[in-house]
Design a protein around this ligand. Structure first.
Ligand SMILES: NC(=O)c1ccc[n+]([C@@H]2O[C@H](COP(=O)([O-])OP(=O)(O)OC[C@H]3O[C@@H](n4cnc5c(N)ncnc54)[C@H](OP(=O)(O)O)[C@@H]3O)[C@@H](O)[C@H]2O)c1
Length: 359
């Protein structure tokens, strides 16, 4: 299941990968000079402790905590996307630390700074944000939260990471675009958002995501990872395939989508392989319409019923939505050129459906 592994009673959810054997603490201490590296250096080194941990390690998490081991801090790591990123970091035997607002209020710069400074943190991943439940319509009624989580917080993280010279990644969204380019191709990272407050055509959520990226313009040592409509093989209320299976009526639209685990792997690849900083569209190459996904659902035997569709987007907006939705196609050439591998969209969808695990 794509469910968070929350540990609310612990001050820090320190989910360092913890198997059997012994750990070389030299790995941790050797990382110290990294944090003090010159901020203006063009390249940054992967600190030794970001190399894979030995397969064998019997120390309890608390002991590692006492040693103050260095690692990747994931803000909002218990959320849907943060959980996938932490799972990938652990799979690669990299150290990961989840920060939750209810234990360390990372939305306050002084608290975040003190927290990162007190620990040997090599990299920060901001997977925090306000998405609205059950969908982005909820953001129209929770504007303060939405603005704080999606537009203000990225600036806070930027300020602190730049001050401390820590490289960091920001989970953004492709929902700052609508449609495709005039020639039918997807938007590239160079294209300015066309679904934002500046165009005055967007949902409050998309507007805030676009603002959050504006705040990061010219950011130092920062990756912006644009995610779009996540799906995977684990049935969950946040999974796009699960939503299609359960919604009473569907809107047919063409979109780029992100296979959740591949998205997480691409984020971690950026860190491990020192991919140049900048913005990346981390969606699976290609695009699909809702009807095409539904066809795949039926063909793979995930469901054999008929699916009901809204006649038009206007009908959908009138009957089922409070705010316009982004439906868009993204170009993934830049990510592919950087070696960030994502499976073509139809193949990725088919695989998720064939490996489907019901909740
Ligand atoms: N899920 C999607 O479909 C999707 C698609 C594209 C982009 N994204 C982006 O990916 C990021 C993570 O999304 P998600 O689906 O993982 O969301 P999620 O499950 O709701 O988790 C986000 C986490 O962010 C933290 N947070 C920090 N400030 C917040 C605020 N003001 N309001 C609410 N939560 C806040 C919370 O963690 P703590 O309280 O534990 O700190 C929360 O658990 C967001 O930036 C989102 O915009 C998501």
């Amino acid at each position: 299941m794509c469910q968070p592994e929350a540990t609310p009673d612990r001050r820090i959810d320190y989910d360092f990968w913890n198997a059997a054997g012994s750990i070389d603490f030299g790995m941790f201490f050797a990382a110290r000079p990294f944090r003090r590296a010159k901020r203006d250096s063009v390249h940054w080194r992967i600190p030794p402790c970001l190399r894979r941990l030995p397969d064998t390690c019997s120390l309890p998490a608390t002991e590692i905590l006492v040693r103050d081991g260095t690692m990747v801090v994931v803000l909002g790591g218990a959320g849907f996307i943060g959980t996938a990123i932490r799972r990938e970091l652990r799979r690669r035997r990299l150290g990961v630390w989840n920060l939750s607002r209810n234990v360390v209020d990372y939305t306050r710069p002084e608290i975040l700074r003190d927290h990162l400074q007190a620990r040997e943190v090599q990299c920060v991943i901001n997977s925090a944000g306000f998405t609205g439940r059950p969908n982005v319509d909820a953001c129209e009624l929770a504007k303060t939260e939405c603005l704080a989580g999606n537009a203000v917080l990225p600036g806070v993280v930027r300020g602190v990471c730049e001050e401390l010279g820590i490289p960091w990644g920001h989970v953004s969204s492709g929902c700052i675009y609508t449609g495709a380019k005039a020639d039918g191709t997807g938007f590239t990272e160079q294209d300015p958002p066309n679904f934002s407050f500046r165009q005055n055509n967007c949902s409050f959520y998309s507007g805030c995501k676009a603002l959050g990226e504006e705040v990061l313009e010219g950011a130092d040592r920062c990756w912006i990872w644009r995610l779009r409509i996540p799906f995977c093989h684990r049935d969950s209320s946040r999974n796009y395939i699960s939503k299609l299976l359960r919604y009473r009526r569907l809107l047919d639209a063409r979109n780029s989508l992100s296979q959740l685990d591949e998205f997480a792997a691409a984020c971690v690849d950026c860190i491990e392989r020192q991919v140049p900083f900048g913005t990346y569209h981390l969606t699976n190459p290609g695009s699909v319409t809702t009807r095409e996904v539904v066809d795949l659902i039926r063909r793979t035997g995930l469901a054999d019923r008929e699916f009901d569709f809204f006649e038009t987007e206007e009908e959908f907006l009138q009957l089922a939505a409070k705010t316009p939705r982004s439906n868009c196609v993204l170009d993934t050439d830049k990510a592919a050129a950087a070696g960030l591998k994502m499976t073509p969209i139809r193949e990725a969808l088919e695989r998720a459906m064939c490996e489907w695990v019901w909740e």
